[in-house]
Design a protein around this ligand. Structure first.
Ligand code: PLP
Length: 371
């Protein structure tokens, strides 16, 4: 927390706005919309809810196809299942670890030949790094398929100067406890379409028609953000820039201290993008390094330090067995490679230098023991 959260929560208590609506919700929406430069932001109970509403607003229904990045958290794709639609997973490309425009192009060409284009494409910006938006947006336009930008991990990042989350028909952010700013749990749907934003607010409050009695003509959800939590979000947004700076410094220190070890490759930053470096991620080439990513995770665990593998690609998940998948090219499954070779290091904005040096030293000595 940054310090101002209690002030906004206090205001909510003092004015008795203890509900999933109120001044903090309205203000938080405006502040996020201003921050990323869009017309509308809709505060919701989670990032997952935001993806779900985006799919509904794009008309995704039973039997429709939705393309989605494979290397991501399961929350990117679960809402496809909520709608009874069929996910098709798209591989990463090696530079950004995000959706491969080559694989996307092949998938779109096949879908066009089949006469069944996807209703939406969900593009994820992993660990704060923007996907190759120019190429992806061009393909979306060429085939006339709308894009949902899953910017849950990339709030505060930019691509060619334009804020992450603003490249598709819809963008989504998450304020889950582990994200760069948090409301403990929460999310935001952003769009330039005023009508769609109003529809999202309507669907998120049980789709109640404007009648004096309780009348409902469509299926709704209880997806609005609480006015208390929106207060936390407002104070968090005030320190977002500091958080991005802190996380970038953490990345730089790791890269400086460990970057010269043979076989270690830190996730790079695509030219003309600015990553929030939500997590510092790297891959380890075992043949070159003499040790594996898993061994590093083990050594850290023995020192009571938690490091994690990168997301397990969704096309390898039992939940999605049998789902169509487009690898980067015939020979290379990039997301699978990243899964086997990748790891994320402790990257919290409040990580102290001494703590980070302890992580670095454990890795350095684990490496020495091996070589
Ligand atoms: C966290 C996350 C989500 C989901 O956000 P919640 O607020 O936890 O529902 C979606 N996509 C990605 C890539 C995420 O990291």
């Amino acid at each position: 927390m940054s310090g101002n959260e209690a002030k906004y929560i206090r205001e909510a208590f003092d004015t008795n706005w203890i509900a999933p609506l109120g001044p903090n919700v309205d203000a938080f929406e405006k502040e996020i919309a201003n921050y990323v430069g869009v017309n509308e932001a809709v505060a919701l109970s989670s990032g997952t809810a935001a993806i779900h509403l985006a799919l509904i607003l794009l008309g995704v229904e039973t039997g429709d196809k939705v393309f989605c990045s494979s290397l991501t958290f399961v929350a990117s794709a679960n809402p496809i299942l909520y709608q009874g639609a069929e996910p098709v997973f798209i591989d990463s490309e090696p530079e950004t670890w995000n959706m491969s425009p080559d694989a996307l192009k092949r998938a779109l060409q096949d879908a066009a030949i089949e006469g069944k284009l996807p209703k939406a494409i969900i593009v994820v910006n992993l660990y704060g790094q923007s996907a190759k938006m120019n190429e992806i947006v061009a393909l979306c336009n060429e085939f006339g398929v709308p894009m949902i930008e899953d910017a849950a991990e990339s709030l505060g990042s930019t691509y060619k100067g334009k804020p992450s989350g603003t490249f598709g028909e819809f963008g989504i952010f998450s304020f889950n406890g582990n994200k760069i700013i948090t409301t403990s749990g929460g999310g935001m749907l952003v769009t330039n379409d005023h009508e769609k934003a109003q529809k999202a607010r309507f669907l998120a409050t049980q789709a109640r028609d404007s009648a004096q009695h309780y009348q409902h003509s469509s299926r709704g959800y209880n997806y609005r953000m609480s006015n208390i939590l929106a207060g936390i979000g407002r104070a968090q947004l005030e320190v977002l820039e500091d958080r991005v700076k802190a996380r970038r410094l953490i990345y730089e220190r790791y890269a400086q201290e460990l970057g010269s070890i043979p076989g270690l490759f830190f996730m790079s930053e695509l030219k003309e993008t600015h990553s929030n470096r939500w997590l510092t991620a790297l891959t380890i080439e075992e043949m070159e390094a003499g040790f594996s990513a898993n061994e590093v995770i083990q050594s850290l665990a023995e020192a009571n330090i938690e490091a994690r593998p990168v997301w397990k690609p969704l096309h390898l998940q039992p939940l999605f067995a049998g789902v169509t998948y487009y690898p980067h090219d015939e020979e290379r499954d990039i997301s699978e490679e990243l899964f086997f070779k990748g790891l994320c290091l402790p990257s919290g904005s409040n990580l102290m230098i001494e703590e980070q040096l302890r992580v670095i030293n454990v890795i350095k000595s684990a490496v020495k023991l091996k070589v």
